[in-house]
Design a protein around this ligand. Structure first.
Ligand code: AMP
Ligand code: MG
Length: 501
């Protein structure tokens, strides 16, 4: 009785109710690693609503305490900090061991909805996987990841989340000296395509099987009862990635580094490095300074996604079937399926953007007709679709103004209205539905850049805070945030983004 009571008291004192399943996996899945010490941790941002969703008991915690926790200085009760092992294809080149070089998993909590979530510090110091890296993160990329991952969540796109950001008080050395920071990321897990590749590269079939069982139990419960659970797992991951990438395309998101180590098996967007949203629609758009051949250009994302999933399928061959020919056939079938899964998801998402609640195959040409006209006119992706919502219930003036050649829009609009007439929706309801598929606010690159410059150069975090507020409700027309809706002026255009690692 007494012991029970004491346990209960201790339980209530725990601010994170950790249940660390990955820490229970043996090496080489993970290696224990404590976060490094820093000079002067200072809290920049803390996501209270996400903390509540995770059931973290931090309501009364001071800023100093939060800074200490999210800089990895105070190791909260129950944390079992570790670095995860993984491999990956980086720009097509296979690296058999990457692993968390600057990320430290504190542990896992079960959130209010019963979902298991990882809490990870990014920039928490060196690990056994750091290779030549310093294990640190610079403030700029931390702020970018904070803004963009929260924007993605607000769009309803599966993504890792931002729980906190702190500055460390220590400099990090990149091309120049920059303020160091730590980003706290929440993910439904940090298991990547590259995690499977890690075990495959070592011919560790037992490890592969153990990983696959773990992923099924954590992300795809029920599949263990299928006749071929690992094939079912591969198919399920393919389906989630197809849906995810179609969703990215529908908001003009360019990930920028779709290496296999940056692709989750949960189907969440992860690793926001040189990512960016398009302003003017250009299917060949690339922002990343390290992507010189445009491998990860906007229009290449579905093909690259499928290529990455082919690497996953390859890694899983040994556990798909003991007969290699049978295994190859299964793997091929699963990867080939990506194409129609993606195409179907794309058609639904893009159809919704032009007001079709149930787009059909024949509507593909209509959607592509608009995109072609936008590309030729250099029309702003987000503004055009948002203005199209107005055109659905009133006038074309705003959307026409997005086109250098408004006549091209007029010609398309005739076909569009013929198609809409078939669905016979009331204009106001139609426009409303379209506004839920076409954001008013996206985290435009030049605005992110301005927020970063203010923070890094002047220690002014107000633009960052305001932007976090702006992107939290992206579909609502909020005039007070209208400065975030406009494309960059000529001198604000950001041509290149950097990973900053
Ligand atoms: P990324 O391009 O950020 O996805 O990182 C690719 C790999 O490099 C991962 O294994 C990272 O953990 C590692 N890495 C990136 N930046 C650093 C750093 N500053 N120190 C150590 N490892 C790093
Ligand atoms: Mg990465």
């Amino acid at each position: 009785m007494t012991t029970d009571v004491r346990t209960a008291v201790e339980e209530t004192r725990r601010i994170f109710s950790f249940d660390n399943s990955y820490a229970r996996l043996p090496a080489p899945f993970q290696l224990p690693q404590r976060p490094a010490m820093v000079s002067a941790p200072k809290l920049i941002a803390f996501n209270r609503s996400l903390a509540a969703e995770l059931g973290l008991d931090l309501e009364g915690a001071s800023e100093e305490r939060l800074a200490a926790i999210f800089a990895g200085q105070e190791l909260v009760d129950g944390a079992q900090p570790l670095a995860m092992a993984y491999a990956g294809h980086q720009f097509g080149q296979f690296v058999p061991q990457l692993g968390d070089g600057r990320a430290i998993l504190l542990g896992e909590v079960i959130d209010r909805k019963g979902q298991r979530r990882d809490i990870q510090l990014k920039g928490g110091g060196q690990t056994p996987f750091s290779r030549r890296g310093d294990g640190r993160a610079a403030l700029g990329p931390v702020l970018r990841e904070y803004i963009v991952s929260e924007a993605m969540a607000a769009f309803g796109i599966p993504t890792t989340r931002a729980l906190a950001a702190v500055t460390t008080g220590d400099p990090v050395y990149r091309e120049t000296m920059l303020p160091g920071a730590v980003f706290t990321r929440v993910a439904s897990s940090h298991i990547r395509v590259g995690t499977f590749q890690f075990f495959a590269a070592r011919s560790d079939h037992e490890g592969l099987r153990r990983l696959a069982d773990y992923v099924i139990a954590r992300h795809y419960p029920g599949l263990e009862a299928q006749e071929k659970p690992y094939l079912a797992l591969l198919r399920a991951i393919v389906a989630r990635q197809a849906a995810l990438i179609a969703h990215w395309m529908a908001v003009g998101f360019i990930h920028g580094v779709m290496n296999t180590d940056n692709m989750t098996v949960s189907g969440e967007t992860i690793d926001f490095g040189p990512c960016a949203f398009m302003d003017a629609y250009d299917p060949a758009k690339v922002f990343s300074s390290i992507d010189q051949n445009g491998r990860y250009a906007y229009r290449n994302q579905p093909a690259v996604g499928q290529w990455n999933l082919a690497r996953l399928a390859e890694a899983m061959l040994p556990i798909l079937d003991s007969d290699i020919d049978a295994a190859v056939e299964m793997a091929n079938g699963a990867v080939i399926d990506f194409a129609h899964l993606y195409q179907t998801a794309w058609l639904q998402r893009m159809g919704a953007k032009i007001g079709l609640s149930n787009a059909e195959e024949a509507d593909r040409a209509l959607i592509e007709g608009l995109l072609d006209a936008m590309a030729q006119s250099g029309a702003d992706f987000t503004l055009t679709f948002r203005a199209l919502c107005d055109a659905a219930e009133s006038e074309d003036a705003a959307v026409r103004a997005c086109f250098a050649d408004p006549a091209a829009f007029d010609a398309w609009a005739v076909l569009w209205r013929e198609r809409l007439a078939r669905d016979a929706q009331m204009p106001a309801a139609l426009a409303d539905a379209m506004r839920r598929a076409n954001p008013y606010i996206i985290p435009r690159n030049h605005r992110i850049e301005q927020a970063i410059v203010a923070a890094v150069a002047n220690g002014d975090f107000a633009p960052f805070e305001r932007m976090v507020e702006a992107v939290a409700k992206p579909y609502e027309t909020r005039d007070s945030f209208s400065e975030y809706t406009t494309p960059p002026l000529a001198d604000e255009v950001v041509l290149r983004t950097f990973c900053g690692t």
